[in-house]
Design a protein around this ligand. Sequence first.
Ligand code: DC
Length: 224
Amino acid sequence: MIVAIDGPAGAGKSSVARGLAARLGIGYLDTGAMYRALTLLAARRDVDPDDGASLASLARDHPVTFLDSSAGRRVCVDGEDVTDAIRAPEISASVSVVATHRDVRAVMVSAQRRALSSGDWVVEGRDIGSNVCPGADVKIFLTASDRERARRRRGELAAWGIVGDESEVLGDLRWRDRLDSEREQDPLVVPEDAVVIDSTALPLDEVVATIARVVGDMTAAARE
Ligand code: DC
């Protein structure tokens, strides 16, 4: 079974996907972490975020792996734990540019499909229901108001000791939304058969419970 969760930055996808996977006792794949890890590698090696061919070969040569530890799910590249480093504000600022390239996406999408080829998964990203897993059993499009997403983003920045100005944070989010939604290759779209959930006023556990109900209904319908 594949549960695909797509949506814009700050909609709460990661927390929801993690919570849902734990509740259902199945795997969890964060595809955004893969683009972030590549962006970190590129920054360290001075690879231009506009150079799609070099980025794609970097992605091919340095696959991202995930490791479960007592500190939770860790993201690793070349054996190094980069879980925290990929959340740095400078990575968030350029990852949407890195993710626009066709060659980069081809490497990432095939790695994702390989990872998802067996077992049951909750997988989150921007193009999961529309492109990576068009046959997903359940497709969710998770969203929230711009203001709420900016509020959550300011919370993330605070964890890095950065006090984000509200209108600046909102502007950044909208810029990333535009890059993700207007790119030529696999843009962020609401998949035709997705259940749309607005998390603006919903606590995390309610969103998880709602999706778990959708999954339960789908499983029951498939048995009939
Ligand atoms: O969900 P996130 O903020 O960690 O994602 C980081 C970036 O990666 C985001 O700007 C869009 C891109 N991304 C993508 O293009 N396709 C995906 N399936 C997942 C993320």
